[in-house]
Design a protein. Structure first.
Length: 489
């Protein structure tokens, strides 16, 4: 047990030091962490061939960084979590078509406008009776709940159907599970161009106002905001911003009313086979370097916690038993997603700031420990009392009896339910995108959103999970066979 605890401490220390590295020593430019979705083409997405993060917003922030003398680190997350990440000091700037509105003006440091666009109303082709904002009252609108487009739909009286991003919203409209969506006209045009879809159509503008998109900083980061504004002014003056815009839209969206954006000739429609071929490698890589390692480390730590909590529960010490009961009750009584948010976004408010990997592993480990503790306790109690008494008669002490007699027999009983816990843990890693970790399923979301194709990619992700789970089940069988020799007959 002591060796296991030492190993766990070393692993955690290594993970805490992992992000630090020696880059700062080699480059003294200030590091600026950029929050973006990575699933919002043509503004922020992954190239289908190289898997590199690219898009209009990405090129703009890179150009700003070059002018301002910044080093950039991109952090990808869902838009609904992106402002929480900014406030928790997980990122320093949002480059993801942040639309100016009064609430954001009051709360954040908003830079100068670098994109002008307009909102449009999109419905399933053939839908009658929806052409303007006044028509959407009582209708269902598929929107990311923290976007300005959701605010527009909500103010017009629509019922919001929450989604993670634009591609999911478009899919719900196509499937008839939402009546409409409101979004940036450029994003809609890119979707239509990439998919070649005629299932949805633009039926009108979402009001007459032109939307302005900006870089968003914490209100206290005055220096970064000023540097950004100066850089954008220089990029407008020397034509760089116009050049980036022309590359993506065949017009200059960095100034108002410069013509209609045109995304034809950009990202073209690809076959499902090509999409799968391009996505399979990156998804496998994330499985091997993120999903599986996090599962292994979290389960190992969680198992140690489970054994400790189980022993505390069956001990005669009321204090230890009470603490263990409270721990198990809290873990089993709260969702894992809430626990992840507490560790990653909540703790920084009281001065505890953990890296994404440490936050994820601690939350998952505590969750495993809480659930597995009852499994371990039941397994220990299922060993006949006579085994313990027999060990005592031959002079074995309490802990030696546990180690040599009770634990080996309990392990055989606990293996099947603990294996189920490990398999559940592997699948629970799919929630880790909320704490800025790109694992297997998040990589599948990148590919699906960029290609606007879902079923083949999600089936491929499911296949990868299934293969690993089959392997884990095979290991379970081998363990049961090996531990059978400890079972009293």
């Amino acid at each position: 047990m002591r060796h296991a605890v030492k190993l766990i401490v070393l692993v955690l220390l290594g993970l805490m030091l992992l992000p630090m590295g020696s880059a700062q020593a080699a480059d003294d430019r200030p590091l600026v962490r950029v929050g973006t979705e990575g699933v919002y083409p043509p503004f922020s997405f992954h190239d289908e061939e190289t898997d590199d993060l690219t898009g209009y917003d990405i090129e703009v922030i890179k150009a700003v960084a070059k002018k301002a003398g910044w080093r950039l680190e991109f952090v990808e997350t869902q838009f609904d979590a992106i402002f929480a990440a900014l406030e928790a000091n997980r990122i320093d700037v949002i480059a993801n078509q942040v639309t100016v509105n009064p609430e954001r003006k009051a709360r954040y440091g908003l830079g100068t406008t670098y994109t002008y666009s307009r909102g449009v109303i999109v419905v399933k082709k053939g839908t009658k009776g929806i052409t303007k904002l006044e028509d959407i009252k009582g209708k269902s609108a598929a929107e990311s709940i923290t976007t300005s487009w959701a605010d527009v739909a909500r103010e017009a009286g629509a019922k919001i159907v929450a989604v993670e991003g634009f591609s999911q919203a478009a899919s719900l409209v196509v499937q008839g599970r939402a009546d409409l969506l409101i979004n940036d006209n450029i994003a809609v045009l890119d979707y239509l161009n990439t998919t070649g879809s005629d299932d949805i159509e633009i039926v009108g503008n979402a009001g007459d106002e032109v939307s302005e998109q900006v870089l968003a900083f914490r209100e206290s980061d005055k220096v970064l905001l000023e540097q950004s504004n100066q850089a954008l002014a220089a990029l407008k003056a020397d034509g760089t911003l116009a050049k980036i815009s022309e590359k993506y839209f065949k017009t200059d969206v960095s100034i108002p009313n410069d013509g209609e954006a045109d995304v034809s000739g950009g990202r073209a429609k690809r076959s499902d086979v090509d999409i799968l071929k391009d996505a399979a490698g990156p998804m496998l890589k994330k499985l091997l370097i993120a999903t599986i390692p996090i599962t292994i480390v979290s389960f190992a730590i969680g198992l140690v916690l489970a054994v400790g909590a189980a022993l505390a529960r069956i001990s005669g010490n009321r204090t230890l038993s009470g603490i263990a009961r409270a721990y198990i009750s809290v873990i089993r009584g709260t969702p894992l997603l809430v626990q992840l948010f507490i560790f990653f976004y909540g703790l920084p408010e009281i001065g505890i700031r953990l890296s994404p990997w440490v936050s994820a592993i601690l939350a998952l480990s505590l969750n495993v420990g809480g659930y597995a503790a009852e499994v371990v306790r039941a397994a220990i109690l299922s060993v006949p009392k006579g085994q313990f008494e027999a060990a005592s008669t031959i002079g074995m002490g309490y802990w030696k009896s546990f180690r040599r007699i009770i634990f080996p027999q309990a392990a055989r009983i606990a293996v099947p339910p603990l294996s189920n816990t490990a398999i559940s843990l592997l699948k629970d890693t799919s929630l880790l995108s909320v704490v800025l970790i790109t694992e297997l399923f998040r990589q599948a979301q990148f590919a699906a959103s960029n290609a606007q194709v879902f079923l083949p990619l999600y089936v491929l992700a499911a296949f990868y999970y299934w293969v690993v789970c089959v392997g884990m089940s095979a290991v379970q069988g081998r363990l049961e066979t090996r531990l059978n020799r400890f079972v009293a007959t």
